[in-house]
Design a binder for this molecule. Structure first.
Ligand code: 6LW
Length: 524
């Protein structure tokens, strides 16, 4: 029997919104402070998924300059009605765990690959907005309501309001249709209609180890909603370390043959409950009971292997492991922090065959960083690049970056030192504190490429470097990168580890660094 292997989307791919349009399936996931905004994946069989694009590519659609860590694009909702794709998302502007200033927007497109419209502003009352298209043609926005006052549960329930396509805004009364269960932290609402019931699927328990999916139903869209007597319908068993953890934030899809599946987020800790890859996306098979409640097959705990639907096989899509930068545009899997690829801070044309980065702000900036990065999707990998870079002073740096956010990253970087000249060393920023890990940086020759390598085994990372002809030299000791995770931080955060290339020029001279290739080798 054909099986779905979970997670289906590896690495940082949380808050899945799943959609079927005829025989095509799409999943949209959150991208937070990374550009372009919202990743969309495509499949025909729910087994093999391919990244096909990003709706938010322009600063006229999303301006994240200055957005704080784990702000930006939260929990998108993708839907389709009468020839139009609707994508609803939140741009979160507030700081560290205080989820105020959550602006919700809608963009639309005639084709899933765009072009996507400029955004229509909806509201800012909370996050996780989603659009429900009722059978009578009316459209309804649901979102969680954030209560900023001290001493409250903070998660004040699920707001429902009509969306007028004609007026391009929310209209009519705002109703709070569901206050949630004792699991609390009620969020991520999605509404479905089946057999005369409106179903309200929410996430509860918080997005960490107590995460869960809660189901409630009502004969009326406005409620009252009765909670499933077997609730929660999905949650992880923390005592079973082999299981996918953090299961929750679900979204349902019915296949063209009437089978039901739930996409949801999950985590796979490598050590001490630290999930370096970030929150990933998995899919569970579901069924309906005779009295119209939804069940997860073998639930409520998630399964790693799930029977695939009875559908023709999608082509298996391999992720690109090697990029030699010979194209004129960047491959889809490359991302940047907070800024679009519209401005000229990088180039594939200035020196054909190379990715040229123009150095910009520091690794701690919330504005203009020069980094081209991809998701870390595997526990055992070897990463390699080569860089031609001739720094003139210590404010200019370039190299191989392993990055969670401004507070936590490790960096094998080349710079200039007053007595050593051009040199290489390691920077680690851990819980926000900056360290240089070598007692003394190592001198390097000028005017030749320097090869850089990182080998990651679970939570341990070892850097290497070499010159054109030499053998690889180990540099520094093994580094524990467990702090590159949602779980190891003094503030709530939601992304995952990225790997790639970076350049800084704190003097403002935009010193260039030319990267010849980037290899991502999966080790077994
Ligand atoms: C997401 C929300 C959540 O929008 O985390 O804790 C947010 N809850 O459902 C980021 O994934």
């Amino acid at each position: 029997m054909k099986m779905i292997q979970n997670p289906v989307l590896l690495g940082f791919n949380p808050d899945p919104s799943i959609l079927r349009v005829e025989d095509n399936y799409y999943i949209a996931v959150s991208t937070f402070e990374w550009f372009p905004g919202v990743q969309i994946y495509h499949s025909r069989d729910l087994v093999n998924w391919e990244l096909i694009g990003y709706p938010l590519t322009r600063s006229s659609q999303l301006n994240m300059l200055g957005n704080l860590n784990s702000g930006g694009v939260w929990a998108p909702c993708l839907s389709y009605s009468d020839g139009t794709y609707y994508l609803i998302f939140t741009d979160v502007k507030s700081r560290k765990g205080a989820f105020k200033d959550t602006h919700n927007y809608l963009v639309t497109a005639e084709s899933i690959t765009g072009p996507w419209s400029d955004p229509i502003y909806l509201n800012s009352s909370g996050f996780d907005p989603s659009l429900f298209h009722d059978e009578d043609g009316k459209k309804w926005l649901v979102n969680m309501i954030w209560d900023h006052r001290k001493g409250t549960n903070s998660f004040a329930g699920i707001a429902l309001q009509e969306y007028s396509v004609k007026e391009q805004k929310l209209v009519g009364p705002i109703r709070n249709i569901f206050k949630g269960t004792e699991l609390r932290k009620t969020e991520a609402p999605h509404v479905y209609k089946r057999n005369g019931y409106y179903y309200l699927l929410t996430a509860e328990g918080g997005t960490e180890y107590d995460h869960a999916a809660t189901m409630a139903r009502s004969r009326s869209l406005f409620g009252p909603y009765e909670v499933d007597p077997m609730n929660p319908i999905l949650t992880s068993d923390k005592s079973d370390e082999d299981q996918l953890q953090k299961a929750g934030h679900g979204c349902l899809v019915e296949t063209q043959n009437g089978e039901w599946y739930m996409a949801h987020l999950c985590g796979r800790p490598v050590i001490d409950k630290k999930s370096i890859l970030g929150r990933e996306t998995a899919i569970q098979k579901c069924y309906w009971t005779d009295d119209d409640w939804l069940r997860i097959e073998n639930g409520p705990n998630p399964s790693k292997e799930v029977p695939a639907p009875d559908l023709p096989v999608s082509e298996a899509v391999t992720i690109p492991l090697h990029d030699d930068f010979n194209e004129e545009t960047l491959a889809l899997h490359w991302n940047a922090l907070r800024r679009t690829f519209e401005e000229k801070w990088y180039s594939l044309k200035d020196r054909p065959g190379y990715l040229r980065l123009y150095g910009e702000e520091s690794m701690n900036s919330f504005h203009r960083q020069s980094m081209v990065m991809r998701r870390l999707e595997h526990f055992q990998v070897e990463l390699e690049t080569s860089v031609e870079f001739e720094p003139e002073n210590f404010q200019q740096m370039a190299g191989l970056m392993i990055y969670y956010d401004t507070e936590d990253h490790v960096y094998l970087r080349i710079t200039e030192h007053e007595t050593l000249g051009k040199c290489i060393g390691i920077i680690e920023t851990k819980y926000g504190s900056y360290e240089e890990l070598l007692e003394k940086d190592i001198a390097l020759p000028n005017d030749q490429p320097i090869y850089l390598k990182a080998v990651i085994h679970d939570h341990l990372l070892q850097f290497y470097y070499r010159l054109d002809t030499d053998e690889w030299q180990q540099i520094g000791e093994k580094i524990d990168i467990g702090h590159l995770s949602d779980d190891d931080s003094d503030y709530v955060r939601f992304t995952g580890t990225f790997v790639g290339m970076a350049a800084q020029d704190l003097s403002g001279q935009h010193k260039k660094a030319d990267f010849d290739y980037f290899n991502y080798n999966i080790l077994t």
